[in-house]
Design a protein around this ligand. Structure first.
Ligand code: GAR
Length: 203
């Protein structure tokens, strides 16, 4: 059984997909969930609270070290321990520092809207369009101390069409993000994968 701490910064559609999968029992083995945002006005916080009755917390501390400590103390306060917690970054637009990453080693996952290692960082869909690639997609990966690096759990791909805009490509990728994130959490919660030599393999 796993606790999920979902970290968001904005609309929270990936968070919503995860919460829906838990509610419909598609995602099993989840004990409790908390949603944490670095923005107190993130629309996803309201969705988590009002539509799913999930505990939400805003951690808006600016300074990096204070932010990390505050995040750790929230997890501690709500009893989300290292051994039974998965931290899911779902559109969380703040870098998580080494204090938390080393403590929660291979227990933090992220979703990114490109086929990593291509197009790390911001505006991944725009980067894909600018590069003229014909296929893009999304990646769920364990988080390490780099930006959008770390062992890849799974990827899903979409065609890039000649008339795509940022919006149309992002929308097409987002549909797959929602599926990919739920599948990745399922793989972890059912203990079907592990990390070996910095790669994700089946258990
Ligand atoms: C998603 O497309 C996610 O992949 C991306 O932000 C969006 C959040 O949407 N994350 C990153 O770019 C992280 N590098 P959501 O708030 O609706 O889940």
């Amino acid at each position: 059984m796993l606790n999920l701490a979902i970290l968001i910064s904005g609309r929270g559609s990936n968070m919503k997909a995860i919460l829906e999968a838990i509610r419909s029992n598609k995602l099993k083995g989840i004990k409790k969930v908390i949603v944490i945002s670095n923005k107190s006005d993130a629309p996803g916080l309201k969705i988590a609270r009002d539509e799913f009755g999930v505990q939400t917390v805003a951690v808006t501390t600016k300074a990096k070290e204070d932010f990390e400590n505050e995040l750790l103390s929230v997890l501690n306060r709500y009893d989300f321990g290292v051994n039974d917690t998965l931290i899911c970054l779902a559109g969380f637009m703040r870098i998580i520092g080494p204090t938390i990453i080393n403590k929660f080693r291979h227990k933090i996952v992220n979703i990114h809207p490109s086929l990593l290692p291509s197009f790390k960082g911001l505006n991944a869909q725009r980067q894909a369009l600018d590069a003229g690639v014909k296929i893009s997609g999304c990646t769920v990966h364990f988080v390490d101390t780099g930006v959008d690096t770390g062992p890849i759990i799974l990827q899903k791909c979409v065609p890039v069409l000649s008339y795509d805009t940022d919006q149309t490509l992002s929308d097409r990728i987002l549909v797959l993000e929602h599926e990919a994130y739920v599948t990745a959490i399922e793989l972890i919660s059912s203990n079907r994968i592990k990390v070996k030599n910095n790669k994700v393999i089946e258990n």
